[in-house]
Design a protein around this ligand. Structure first.
Ligand code: NDP
Ligand code: MG
Length: 358
Protein backbone atom coordinates (compact mmCIF):
# COMPACT_ATOMS: atom_id res chain seq x y z
CA UNK A 1 0.00 0.00 0.00
CA UNK A 2 1.27 3.46 -0.96
CA UNK A 3 0.91 5.99 1.88
CA UNK A 4 -0.70 9.38 1.17
CA UNK A 5 -0.56 12.48 3.37
CA UNK A 6 -3.13 15.18 2.56
CA UNK A 7 -2.21 18.81 3.32
CA UNK A 8 -5.24 21.09 3.27
CA UNK A 9 -7.58 18.17 3.99
CA UNK A 10 -10.48 20.46 5.01
CA UNK A 11 -10.30 22.53 1.81
CA UNK A 12 -11.77 22.13 -1.66
CA UNK A 13 -8.87 20.05 -3.07
CA UNK A 14 -8.61 17.97 0.12
CA UNK A 15 -12.35 17.28 0.18
CA UNK A 16 -12.45 16.26 -3.50
CA UNK A 17 -9.61 13.83 -2.80
CA UNK A 18 -11.31 12.40 0.31
CA UNK A 19 -14.60 12.03 -1.59
CA UNK A 20 -12.80 9.87 -4.16
CA UNK A 21 -11.72 7.58 -1.29
CA UNK A 22 -15.27 7.63 0.12
CA UNK A 23 -16.54 6.51 -3.30
CA UNK A 24 -13.90 3.73 -3.48
CA UNK A 25 -12.32 5.22 -6.60
CA UNK A 26 -8.77 4.72 -5.34
CA UNK A 27 -7.00 1.36 -5.00
CA UNK A 28 -3.60 0.61 -3.50
CA UNK A 29 -3.35 3.83 -1.49
CA UNK A 30 -4.04 4.43 2.20
CA UNK A 31 -4.37 7.81 3.90
CA UNK A 32 -1.49 8.06 6.34
CA UNK A 33 -2.18 11.54 7.73
CA UNK A 34 -4.25 14.71 7.40
CA UNK A 35 -3.26 18.34 7.89
CA UNK A 36 -5.22 21.59 7.99
CA UNK A 37 -4.52 25.01 9.45
CA UNK A 38 -6.92 25.37 12.37
CA UNK A 39 -10.17 23.83 11.21
CA UNK A 40 -11.23 21.38 13.91
CA UNK A 41 -13.46 19.49 11.45
CA UNK A 42 -10.18 17.69 10.76
CA UNK A 43 -10.63 15.57 13.91
CA UNK A 44 -13.81 13.95 12.56
CA UNK A 45 -12.13 13.32 9.19
CA UNK A 46 -9.21 11.70 11.03
CA UNK A 47 -11.60 9.36 12.87
CA UNK A 48 -13.45 8.53 9.64
CA UNK A 49 -10.22 7.54 7.84
CA UNK A 50 -8.48 6.21 10.94
CA UNK A 51 -5.54 8.53 10.22
CA UNK A 52 -3.48 10.84 12.47
CA UNK A 53 -4.25 14.56 12.14
CA UNK A 54 -2.23 17.74 12.65
CA UNK A 55 -3.47 21.33 12.97
CA UNK A 56 -0.47 23.17 11.55
CA UNK A 57 -1.57 26.80 11.98
CA UNK A 58 1.05 28.66 14.05
CA UNK A 59 3.30 25.58 14.31
CA UNK A 60 7.08 25.73 13.83
CA UNK A 61 8.74 24.19 10.79
CA UNK A 62 10.43 21.47 12.87
CA UNK A 63 7.04 20.49 14.37
CA UNK A 64 5.53 20.19 10.88
CA UNK A 65 8.52 18.14 9.72
CA UNK A 66 8.17 15.94 12.81
CA UNK A 67 4.52 15.16 12.00
CA UNK A 68 5.37 14.36 8.37
CA UNK A 69 8.18 12.05 9.52
CA UNK A 70 5.86 10.31 11.98
CA UNK A 71 3.34 9.36 9.23
CA UNK A 72 6.07 8.42 6.68
CA UNK A 73 4.18 9.18 3.45
CA UNK A 74 5.26 7.96 -0.01
CA UNK A 75 3.45 10.89 -1.64
CA UNK A 76 1.88 14.10 -0.34
CA UNK A 77 -1.03 16.04 -1.83
CA UNK A 78 -0.23 19.72 -1.22
CA UNK A 79 -3.68 21.33 -1.19
CA UNK A 80 -2.73 24.20 1.13
CA UNK A 81 -4.02 27.55 -0.12
CA UNK A 82 -1.80 30.50 -0.96
CA UNK A 83 1.81 31.33 -0.27
CA UNK A 84 1.76 29.28 2.98
CA UNK A 85 1.96 26.22 0.72
CA UNK A 86 5.57 26.99 -0.22
CA UNK A 87 6.91 26.02 3.23
CA UNK A 88 5.35 22.57 2.87
CA UNK A 89 6.69 21.99 -0.64
CA UNK A 90 10.12 23.05 0.56
CA UNK A 91 10.03 20.74 3.61
CA UNK A 92 8.86 17.79 1.44
CA UNK A 93 11.58 18.40 -1.15
CA UNK A 94 14.14 18.51 1.66
CA UNK A 95 12.79 15.15 2.91
CA UNK A 96 12.86 13.60 -0.59
CA UNK A 97 9.09 12.96 -0.71
CA UNK A 98 7.11 13.12 -4.00
CA UNK A 99 4.46 15.84 -4.23
CA UNK A 100 1.09 15.91 -6.00
CA UNK A 101 1.04 19.69 -6.23
CA UNK A 102 -2.18 21.70 -6.24
CA UNK A 103 -0.53 24.67 -4.51
CA UNK A 104 0.55 26.67 -7.58
CA UNK A 105 1.98 29.45 -5.39
CA UNK A 106 4.86 27.08 -4.44
CA UNK A 107 6.08 26.96 -8.03
CA UNK A 108 5.38 30.63 -8.75
CA UNK A 109 7.44 31.75 -5.75
CA UNK A 110 10.05 28.99 -5.74
CA UNK A 111 10.53 28.98 -9.52
CA UNK A 112 13.60 27.29 -10.95
CA UNK A 113 15.29 27.36 -7.53
CA UNK A 114 12.65 25.05 -6.03
CA UNK A 115 12.42 22.79 -9.09
CA UNK A 116 16.22 22.39 -9.26
CA UNK A 117 16.25 21.46 -5.60
CA UNK A 118 13.50 18.87 -6.27
CA UNK A 119 15.49 17.42 -9.18
CA UNK A 120 18.67 17.18 -7.08
CA UNK A 121 16.75 15.40 -4.30
CA UNK A 122 15.04 13.03 -6.75
CA UNK A 123 11.60 14.43 -5.86
CA UNK A 124 8.83 14.19 -8.45
CA UNK A 125 6.43 17.11 -8.61
CA UNK A 126 3.24 16.01 -10.31
CA UNK A 127 0.90 18.91 -11.11
CA UNK A 128 -2.71 18.77 -9.91
CA UNK A 129 -3.90 22.09 -11.33
CA UNK A 130 -6.24 20.85 -14.08
CA UNK A 131 -4.49 22.75 -16.90
CA UNK A 132 -1.02 21.57 -15.86
CA UNK A 133 -2.22 18.05 -15.23
CA UNK A 134 -3.56 18.00 -18.81
CA UNK A 135 -0.31 19.41 -20.28
CA UNK A 136 1.77 17.03 -18.13
CA UNK A 137 -0.11 14.03 -19.47
CA UNK A 138 -0.08 15.28 -23.11
CA UNK A 139 3.68 15.86 -22.92
CA UNK A 140 4.22 12.20 -21.95
CA UNK A 141 3.56 11.23 -25.57
CA UNK A 142 4.30 14.37 -27.66
CA UNK A 143 6.81 17.17 -27.71
CA UNK A 144 5.27 20.61 -27.98
CA UNK A 145 6.20 23.97 -29.45
CA UNK A 146 3.44 25.91 -27.73
CA UNK A 147 1.21 25.47 -24.70
CA UNK A 148 -2.37 26.72 -24.83
CA UNK A 149 -3.87 27.13 -21.37
CA UNK A 150 -7.64 27.37 -21.19
CA UNK A 151 -9.43 29.79 -18.86
CA UNK A 152 -13.09 29.64 -17.90
CA UNK A 153 -13.10 33.45 -17.91
CA UNK A 154 -14.65 33.52 -14.41
CA UNK A 155 -17.91 35.19 -13.43
CA UNK A 156 -17.12 38.51 -15.18
CA UNK A 157 -16.32 37.29 -18.66
CA UNK A 158 -19.16 39.38 -20.05
CA UNK A 159 -19.36 42.12 -17.44
CA UNK A 160 -18.49 45.62 -18.60
CA UNK A 161 -18.62 47.70 -15.42
CA UNK A 162 -15.91 46.15 -13.22
CA UNK A 163 -15.90 48.97 -10.64
CA UNK A 164 -19.05 47.92 -8.75
CA UNK A 165 -18.22 44.23 -8.27
CA UNK A 166 -19.06 42.89 -4.79
CA UNK A 167 -17.32 40.11 -2.84
CA UNK A 168 -20.30 37.75 -3.19
CA UNK A 169 -20.45 38.31 -6.97
CA UNK A 170 -16.73 37.59 -7.24
CA UNK A 171 -17.08 34.41 -5.14
CA UNK A 172 -19.75 32.97 -7.49
CA UNK A 173 -17.61 31.05 -9.99
CA UNK A 174 -19.65 29.67 -12.92
CA UNK A 175 -17.95 26.26 -13.31
CA UNK A 176 -15.66 25.43 -10.38
CA UNK A 177 -16.34 25.31 -6.62
CA UNK A 178 -13.03 26.23 -4.99
CA UNK A 179 -11.50 28.04 -1.99
CA UNK A 180 -11.95 31.80 -1.61
CA UNK A 181 -8.45 32.92 -2.68
CA UNK A 182 -8.40 30.98 -5.96
CA UNK A 183 -12.02 31.96 -6.68
CA UNK A 184 -11.20 35.68 -6.48
CA UNK A 185 -8.06 35.04 -8.55
CA UNK A 186 -10.26 33.36 -11.16
CA UNK A 187 -12.50 36.42 -11.28
CA UNK A 188 -9.55 38.80 -11.93
CA UNK A 189 -7.69 36.25 -14.15
CA UNK A 190 -4.77 36.46 -11.67
CA UNK A 191 -5.26 32.71 -11.37
CA UNK A 192 -4.48 32.34 -15.08
CA UNK A 193 -1.43 34.56 -14.65
CA UNK A 194 -0.21 32.32 -11.80
CA UNK A 195 -0.87 29.32 -14.06
CA UNK A 196 1.12 30.78 -16.96
CA UNK A 197 4.07 31.33 -14.58
CA UNK A 198 3.58 27.84 -13.10
CA UNK A 199 3.54 26.28 -16.60
CA UNK A 200 6.61 28.22 -17.68
CA UNK A 201 8.66 26.86 -14.76
CA UNK A 202 7.21 23.34 -14.68
CA UNK A 203 7.55 22.66 -18.41
CA UNK A 204 10.46 25.03 -19.23
CA UNK A 205 8.52 27.13 -21.75
CA UNK A 206 9.19 30.87 -22.20
CA UNK A 207 6.17 33.20 -21.88
CA UNK A 208 6.00 33.85 -25.63
CA UNK A 209 5.29 30.13 -26.19
CA UNK A 210 2.41 30.01 -23.71
CA UNK A 211 -1.01 31.28 -24.80
CA UNK A 212 -4.27 31.64 -22.91
CA UNK A 213 -7.65 31.12 -24.51
CA UNK A 214 -10.99 31.69 -22.82
CA UNK A 215 -13.07 28.53 -22.95
CA UNK A 216 -16.13 29.03 -20.80
CA UNK A 217 -17.28 25.41 -20.80
CA UNK A 218 -14.13 24.20 -18.91
CA UNK A 219 -14.20 20.91 -20.84
CA UNK A 220 -10.88 21.31 -22.68
CA UNK A 221 -8.39 21.49 -19.80
CA UNK A 222 -5.49 22.71 -21.94
CA UNK A 223 -3.76 21.98 -25.25
CA UNK A 224 -0.30 21.54 -26.70
CA UNK A 225 0.71 22.48 -30.25
CA UNK A 226 3.38 20.39 -31.97
CA UNK A 227 5.99 21.50 -34.53
CA UNK A 228 3.87 20.20 -37.44
CA UNK A 229 0.91 22.35 -36.35
CA UNK A 230 -1.16 19.55 -34.85
CA UNK A 231 -2.87 20.31 -31.57
CA UNK A 232 -3.62 17.82 -28.79
CA UNK A 233 -6.16 18.54 -26.07
CA UNK A 234 -7.35 16.80 -22.94
CA UNK A 235 -11.11 16.85 -22.46
CA UNK A 236 -13.32 15.75 -19.58
CA UNK A 237 -16.23 16.98 -17.53
CA UNK A 238 -14.98 19.73 -15.20
CA UNK A 239 -14.17 17.77 -12.03
CA UNK A 240 -10.91 17.96 -10.05
CA UNK A 241 -11.18 14.25 -9.14
CA UNK A 242 -9.31 13.31 -12.33
CA UNK A 243 -6.20 15.50 -11.91
CA UNK A 244 -5.98 14.81 -8.15
CA UNK A 245 -6.35 11.04 -8.34
CA UNK A 246 -4.20 10.60 -11.44
CA UNK A 247 -1.41 12.60 -9.72
CA UNK A 248 -1.45 10.43 -6.60
CA UNK A 249 -1.91 7.10 -8.37
CA UNK A 250 0.29 7.84 -11.39
CA UNK A 251 -2.66 7.28 -13.76
CA UNK A 252 -5.78 5.68 -12.37
CA UNK A 253 -7.28 2.72 -14.25
CA UNK A 254 -10.71 3.21 -12.69
CA UNK A 255 -13.42 5.33 -14.30
CA UNK A 256 -13.32 8.53 -12.29
CA UNK A 257 -15.77 10.68 -14.22
CA UNK A 258 -19.06 10.42 -16.06
CA UNK A 259 -18.65 10.33 -19.86
CA UNK A 260 -18.83 13.51 -21.89
CA UNK A 261 -22.12 13.82 -23.75
CA UNK A 262 -20.84 15.03 -27.13
CA UNK A 263 -24.30 15.52 -28.59
CA UNK A 264 -25.03 18.22 -26.02
CA UNK A 265 -21.59 19.85 -26.11
CA UNK A 266 -20.75 23.18 -27.68
CA UNK A 267 -17.12 24.20 -27.24
CA UNK A 268 -16.20 27.85 -27.62
CA UNK A 269 -12.86 29.68 -27.54
CA UNK A 270 -12.20 33.40 -27.44
CA UNK A 271 -9.40 35.84 -26.72
CA UNK A 272 -9.23 37.49 -23.29
CA UNK A 273 -9.93 41.15 -22.78
CA UNK A 274 -6.69 42.97 -21.90
CA UNK A 275 -8.52 46.09 -20.68
CA UNK A 276 -10.88 44.44 -18.24
CA UNK A 277 -8.41 41.80 -16.97
CA UNK A 278 -5.07 43.56 -16.42
CA UNK A 279 -3.89 40.91 -13.91
CA UNK A 280 -3.11 38.46 -16.70
CA UNK A 281 -0.95 41.02 -18.56
CA UNK A 282 0.79 41.89 -15.28
CA UNK A 283 1.54 38.19 -14.68
CA UNK A 284 2.99 37.76 -18.18
CA UNK A 285 5.15 40.81 -17.73
CA UNK A 286 6.34 39.66 -14.25
CA UNK A 287 7.33 36.32 -15.77
CA UNK A 288 9.15 38.03 -18.67
CA UNK A 289 11.01 40.36 -16.27
CA UNK A 290 12.31 37.41 -14.22
CA UNK A 291 14.20 37.91 -10.94
CA UNK A 292 11.81 38.30 -8.05
CA UNK A 293 9.01 39.82 -10.17
CA UNK A 294 6.85 36.64 -10.05
CA UNK A 295 7.29 36.58 -6.24
CA UNK A 296 6.21 40.23 -6.05
CA UNK A 297 3.24 39.57 -8.35
CA UNK A 298 1.91 36.61 -6.34
CA UNK A 299 2.54 38.25 -2.96
CA UNK A 300 0.98 41.59 -3.87
CA UNK A 301 -2.00 39.76 -5.34
CA UNK A 302 -2.50 37.65 -2.21
CA UNK A 303 -2.41 40.70 0.08
CA UNK A 304 -4.80 42.60 -2.21
CA UNK A 305 -7.21 39.65 -2.45
CA UNK A 306 -7.32 39.38 1.36
CA UNK A 307 -8.04 43.11 1.58
CA UNK A 308 -10.82 42.76 -1.02
CA UNK A 309 -12.35 39.81 0.87
CA UNK A 310 -12.25 41.89 4.09
CA UNK A 311 -14.07 44.74 2.33
CA UNK A 312 -11.07 47.10 2.64
CA UNK A 313 -10.54 47.67 -1.11
CA UNK A 314 -12.60 47.36 -4.28
CA UNK A 315 -12.27 44.75 -7.04
CA UNK A 316 -10.43 47.05 -9.45
CA UNK A 317 -7.97 48.02 -6.71
CA UNK A 318 -6.49 44.48 -6.90
CA UNK A 319 -4.71 45.04 -10.26
CA UNK A 320 -3.98 48.67 -9.42
CA UNK A 321 -2.17 47.73 -6.18
CA UNK A 322 -0.38 44.78 -7.81
CA UNK A 323 0.86 47.07 -10.58
CA UNK A 324 2.05 49.62 -8.02
CA UNK A 325 4.07 46.95 -6.17
CA UNK A 326 5.52 45.64 -9.47
CA UNK A 327 6.68 49.15 -10.37
CA UNK A 328 9.47 48.80 -7.73
CA UNK A 329 12.73 47.15 -8.74
CA UNK A 330 12.37 43.38 -8.24
CA UNK A 331 15.33 42.51 -10.35
CA UNK A 332 16.72 40.60 -7.38
CA UNK A 333 18.31 37.15 -7.40
CA UNK A 334 17.56 34.63 -4.62
CA UNK A 335 19.14 31.36 -3.63
CA UNK A 336 17.27 30.15 -0.57
CA UNK A 337 13.71 29.66 0.62
CA UNK A 338 14.35 32.18 3.42
CA UNK A 339 15.22 34.82 0.80
CA UNK A 340 12.08 33.98 -1.19
CA UNK A 341 9.91 34.32 1.91
CA UNK A 342 11.53 37.61 2.84
CA UNK A 343 10.97 39.03 -0.68
CA UNK A 344 7.38 37.81 -0.50
CA UNK A 345 6.89 39.49 2.87
CA UNK A 346 8.35 42.74 1.52
CA UNK A 347 5.96 42.74 -1.49
CA UNK A 348 3.02 41.80 0.76
CA UNK A 349 3.80 44.72 3.10
CA UNK A 350 4.05 47.14 0.18
CA UNK A 351 0.65 45.94 -1.03
CA UNK A 352 -0.81 46.24 2.49
CA UNK A 353 0.47 49.78 2.70
CA UNK A 354 -1.12 50.59 -0.68
CA UNK A 355 -4.40 49.01 0.52
CA UNK A 356 -4.42 51.26 3.58
CA UNK A 357 -4.29 54.32 1.29
CA UNK A 358 -7.48 53.28 -0.60
P1 NDP B 1 -9.28 26.07 0.29
O1 NDP B 1 -9.27 27.45 0.81
O2 NDP B 1 -10.58 25.42 -0.02
O3 NDP B 1 -8.53 25.11 1.33
C1 NDP B 1 -7.28 25.42 1.85
C2 NDP B 1 -6.79 24.33 2.76
O4 NDP B 1 -5.47 24.68 3.18
C3 NDP B 1 -7.63 24.18 4.06
O5 NDP B 1 -7.64 22.83 4.43
C4 NDP B 1 -6.81 25.01 5.06
O6 NDP B 1 -7.01 24.58 6.41
C5 NDP B 1 -5.41 24.65 4.61
N1 NDP B 1 -4.41 25.62 5.03
C6 NDP B 1 -4.38 26.96 4.82
N2 NDP B 1 -3.27 27.50 5.35
C7 NDP B 1 -2.58 26.48 5.90
C8 NDP B 1 -1.36 26.36 6.62
N3 NDP B 1 -0.61 27.45 6.87
N4 NDP B 1 -0.97 25.14 7.03
C9 NDP B 1 -1.71 24.04 6.79
N5 NDP B 1 -2.88 24.07 6.13
C10 NDP B 1 -3.30 25.28 5.70
O7 NDP B 1 -8.31 26.06 -0.98
P2 NDP B 1 -8.40 25.16 -2.29
O8 NDP B 1 -8.54 23.72 -1.91
O9 NDP B 1 -9.38 25.73 -3.24
O10 NDP B 1 -6.97 25.41 -2.95
C11 NDP B 1 -5.80 24.81 -2.42
C12 NDP B 1 -4.65 25.03 -3.42
O11 NDP B 1 -4.95 24.30 -4.61
C13 NDP B 1 -4.47 26.50 -3.85
O12 NDP B 1 -3.11 26.78 -4.04
C14 NDP B 1 -5.20 26.57 -5.19
O13 NDP B 1 -4.67 27.55 -6.05
C15 NDP B 1 -4.95 25.17 -5.74
N6 NDP B 1 -5.96 24.71 -6.69
C16 NDP B 1 -7.25 24.55 -6.27
C17 NDP B 1 -8.22 24.11 -7.16
C18 NDP B 1 -9.62 23.84 -6.69
O14 NDP B 1 -10.42 23.28 -7.47
N7 NDP B 1 -9.99 24.19 -5.48
C19 NDP B 1 -7.91 23.87 -8.56
C20 NDP B 1 -6.51 24.05 -8.90
C21 NDP B 1 -5.59 24.46 -7.98
P3 NDP B 1 -8.19 25.23 7.33
O15 NDP B 1 -9.49 24.66 6.82
O16 NDP B 1 -7.84 24.77 8.70
O17 NDP B 1 -8.10 26.73 7.15
MG1 MG C 1 -6.33 25.67 -12.84
Amino acid sequence: MKRLLILGATGSIGTTCLNAFRSSLVDGIEISGLVSSGNRALYAIGREFNAPVFLAGGKREDEIRGFIESVSPDIVLNGVSGIAGLIYSDILIGMGIDIALANKESVVLGGRFLLDKARKNGVRIIPVDSEHSAIYSLLQSHSAERLIITASGGPFRERHDMSSITVSEALAHPTWKMGRKITIDSATLANKALEVIEASYLFSFPPERIDVTVHKESVVHSMIECADGSVFALLSVPDMTLPIISAITGGSCKRLLRPLDFASLTLTFEDWDRERFPMLSLGYSALGSGGAYPIAFASADEAAVNAFLDGRIGFTDIPRITEEVLSSDWNIAFSSTEEILSLSEKAGKMAEEACSRV
